[in-house]
Design a protein around this ligand. Structure first.
Ligand SMILES: *[C@@H]1O[C@H](CO)[C@@H](O)[C@H](O)[C@H]1NC(C)=O
Length: 347
């Protein structure tokens, strides 16, 4: 078990009291926190999380997690990492792989100062690789090159890495990520929760379905929607099967014929839908950000939850800051490491 948790109310209360009592020197306390850059928020330092007695320390015990780093989502990334460390039995076995649009020393040093004990590597993702291949979707945020970085994971990550968990930055994990890591992928390249009750037709245009060749794409499979924000990827099989190129080919076609309206999801569906390893739905309770247009509040589905995902337009940190949060946003707040003197004094 991790040695530290946010569940105990006493330290928090004491912390608040000491801040209020020490009010005259609050300037000194805040002065210690260096502001790396005006456009990068400042975060509290997370404590060290230590492995439980039952944990191994071999390379084969490592759990590899890949995420993208982007100044706009940094607060989400920090919360996601924090949540995983808190709920891991073997937090020291977590190895993070951060992809960013260019070598972003400020983002990297922000991770380092927030998680001084974190085991992580950083990678530059050349967004030029994808820029010319992106066609406009229904929501501008979906068209950011970093959204497409997940397609290139197998090429970017070290070639001796066989498996990786890819995670979006707008989520928190509330269970031991080792359970997701350890699943049997059978012969599949991608594992993710599948949603076969969702209307699959609507993800593609009439132009797609009415073309006799294109509409044959899913022949012999039972294609179902899956969310690409939480995936276990066998990067070894991905490389051998040349899947980067397969996804890119659909993106190139989309530039000429409009086959779908969303961003990076549909080309994934075209290549993998109906051929993935289905994971329990508890591992991606998605859509908490609402729809793509208005971001209206959503409530939780009944059943066990291991991962909460604010996919959709609304993001919990923005809604909490706006003082009009959705109820589900309060489930994200405990993992927020954003350092704000205002929230310290008002909460
Ligand atoms: C699924 O969506 C398509 C396209 O939006 C629609 O024409 C069809 O009626 C829907 N099917 C069901 C079962 O709702």
């Amino acid at each position: 078990m991790a040695l530290w948790g946010t569940s105990s109310p006493q330290p928090l209360l004491l912390g608040l009291l000491s801040i209020l009592l020490l009010h005259p020197i609050i300037g000194i306390r805040l002065g210690i926190v260096r502001r790396p850059s005006p456009d990068i928020p400042v975060f509290r330092e997370a404590p060290a999380f230590r492995n439980g007695d039952q944990c191994g320390y071999k390379n084969s015990d490592d759990i590899h997690v890949a995420m993208t780093l982007d100044a706009n989502y940094l607060r989400g990334t920090m919360a996601a990492v924090f949540s995983m460390l808190q709920h891991s039995t073997c937090p020291e076995n977590l190895k993070f792989h951060f992809l960013s649009a260019h070598t972003a020393p400020k983002l990297f040093s922000s991770i380092k100062s927030t998680f001084p004990y974190l085991n992580f590597k950083t990678y530059a993702f050349d967004s030029n690789r994808v820029r010319g291949k992106i066609s406009r979707s229904i929501r501008q945020a979906l068209d950011q090159p970093m959204n497409y970085a997940r397609i290139y994971l197998a090429d970017i990550l070290p070639s001796d890495m066989g498996r990786v968990i890819y995670l979006d930055s707008d989520l928190v994990v509330v269970d031991d990520i080792a359970k997701l890591w350890g699943l049997d992928m059978e012969d599949k390249v991608v594992a993710a929760p599948e949603y076969c009750q969702a209307n699959f037709t609507q993800y593609f245009t009439d132009a797609f379905w009415s073309d006799p060749d294109l509409s044959k794409t899913f022949q012999g499979r039972n294609p179902c929607y899956f969310n690409t924000g939480v995936m276990v990827v066998d990067v070894d099989k991905w490389r051998k099967g040349g899947y980067t190129q397969k996804v890119e080919e659909w993106m190139a076609l989309q530039k000429r014929v409009r086959l779908y309206h969303l961003g990076s999801l549909p080309p994934f569906l075209l290549v993998f839908a109906g051929n993935i390893k289905a994971v329990d739905h508890r591992w991606n309770l998605h859509g908490l950000g609402g729809d793509n247009f208005e971001g209206r509040c959503r409530s939780l589905h009944p059943g066990p939850i291991s991962l909460l995902h604010w996919s959709g337009k609304g993001k919990p940190w923005l809604r909490l800051d706006s003082r009009r949060p959705c109820t589900v946003d309060h489930l994200w707040a405990p993992y927020d490491l954003y350092y704000s003197s205002r929230s310290f004094l008002e909460e």
